[in-house]
Design a protein around this ligand. Structure first.
Ligand code: FCB
Length: 446
């Protein structure tokens, strides 16, 4: 195969999230988050795992950054634990929380690694949940205040900002399906929350512009899933419209067009009397556009009309990861092309892509994760094809830098290109990490 070289300056990175790696949940004045509460609720997380210690990154960040440097990594996407900054979500500031992220950023920059900060990767301060969480519109204002503080403190050095990570997951897995914190099962609540998240996103963008931007860029990360019909039967195509509408257009349209897709909005309003959109909300969202879109891509969906439901998911033959997600690199290509076409060619970063595998093969004392390497390679190729066809893709963050707390699955799923021994906390790069170093060094696949 011929060489695949990426554009100059392409940002090769790795991603993590605070609750999944930091541990130190009671250290230095950190407040409780909804994930502390949820993971300590019996029956919520596989094997009763919690993020109490996780990868102990809070205490080992220097060594982690050093390892990133050794692996040639150019960009690091991490999230800030809001309850480290404001233990109660607002009001009293915790200096030690600020100190931690200040040192992390300095450590990264002195190692030649560009930081990208996610403001909300799901660890809402419990105190704010106690006042209704994202269902309470005031929380959107507290989010903007917290965001403003972070821009003020880190904005001179951090140039890539992400307001939310995966608002679909926050709203629906947390509030309609009950499998993420805070664990509610109320679909109307989830739809209301999805709107408040969009509002809070726009407020955080506004705060960024007010803070002066300082030469950086701000965007949002969406989990996007290209949806394909099980057949070309019109009923299956209709199922695609619904699933794509609820998962993709419901978030892409407000971010880029300042409006909700009419078909899905009508459905939600008719069936659920939600969301609650106040006068001026949509104008406000429209008035605060992003500089780029963050895309998290893992797999596709294939759907058909259900026997008694409007749609149902189909499980095509194929290769699957440990999450039981189909390996489907063409989906990444299709998705990128579609965003480019339907949303006016925005700058895009892939803010997450990666795979969980068993990691049960060892060669030369190293985890021989050929399956993960193949997964990444196929997706890099798809991304390269999209760039070639005009997509403005600026960077790619592999999920994840190291094995970590995979939410409801606890420590049972490994996404890292670096292995973590949870007894000794030792980090060992897997074969995929060494291969990634080569890719980065060559700025492509040769
Ligand atoms: C995404 C999350 C990330 C990680 C991956 C596997 O939905 O953003 O934290 O759990 O999935």
């Amino acid at each position: 195969m011929s060489k695949l070289i990426f554009p100059d300056g392409f940002l090769w990175g790795v991603a993590t999230a605070s609750y999944q790696i930091e541990g130190g949940v009671t250290q230095d004045g950190r407040g409780e988050s909804i994930w502390d509460r949820f993971s300590h609720t019996p029956g919520k997380i596989l094997n009763g795992d919690t993020g109490d210690v996780a990868c102990d990154h809070y205490n080992r960040y220097k060594q982690d950054v050093q390892l990133m440097k050794e692996l040639g990594i150019k960009g690091y996407r991490f999230s800030i634990a809001w309850p480290r900054i404001y233990p109660q979500g607002r009001g009293q500031l915790n200096r030690k929380g600020i100190d931690f992220y200040n040192s992390l950023v300095d450590e990264l920059l002195s190692s030649g690694i560009e930081p990208a900060v996610t403001l909300y990767h799901w660890d809402l301060p419990q105190a704010l949940q106690d006042m209704g969480g994202w269902d309470n519109r005031d929380v959107a204002n507290y989010f903007a205040d917290y965001a403003f503080k972070m821009y003020d403190v880190l904005g001179d050095r951090v140039k890539i900002w992400i307001t939310h990570n995966e608002p679909w997951v926050v709203a629906f897995l947390g509030n309609a399906f009950g499998i993420h914190a805070p664990g509610y099962t109320d679909f109307a609540l989830a739809v209301r929350i999805s709107h408040n998240l969009m509002l809070s996103h726009a407020k955080a963008v506004q705060a960024y512009r007010q803070a002066g931007g300082k030469g950086g860029q701000i965007g949002i990360t969406l989990n996007l899933t290209p949806v394909y019909p099980a057949s070309d039967n019109p009923e299956d195509m209709e199922a695609v419209r619904l699933v794509d509408g609820g998962q993709n257009r419901w978030f892409l349209d407000p971010v880029f067009k300042g409006e909700y897709p009419e078909d899905i909005l009508a459905l939600y309003q008719e069936k659920l009397n939600a969301p609650v959109i106040k006068d001026g909300d949509m104008e406000f969202i429209a008035d605060h556009p992003v500089d780029f879109l963050g895309v998290n891509y893992y797999s596709r969906a294939v759907v058909k009309k259900g026997r008694e439901t409007d749609f149902e998911h189909v499980r095509p033959e194929g290769v699957y990861t440990e999450m039981d997600w189909e390996v489907y690199p063409d989906g990444l290509y299709d998705l990128l092309i579609r965003i480019d076409r339907d949303y006016n060619s925005p700058d895009i970063y892939i803010t997450e892509n990666g795979a969980a595998f068993k990691d049960d093969k060892v060669a030369d004392d190293r985890i021989d994760d050929q399956d993960r390497l193949d997964y990444l390679k196929a997706h890099f190729e798809a991304a390269h094809r999209a760039i070639h066809d005009g997509v403005k893709l600026k960077g790619y963050y592999v999920w994840s830098f190291m094995d970590n707390f995979e939410w409801t699955f606890g420590y049972s799923k490994n996404f890292g290109i670096v292995h973590v021994d949870y007894d000794t906390m030792e980090r060992t790069p897997k074969k995929s990490a060494l291969w990634y170093r080569e890719v980065i060094g060559n700025n492509g696949i040769i």
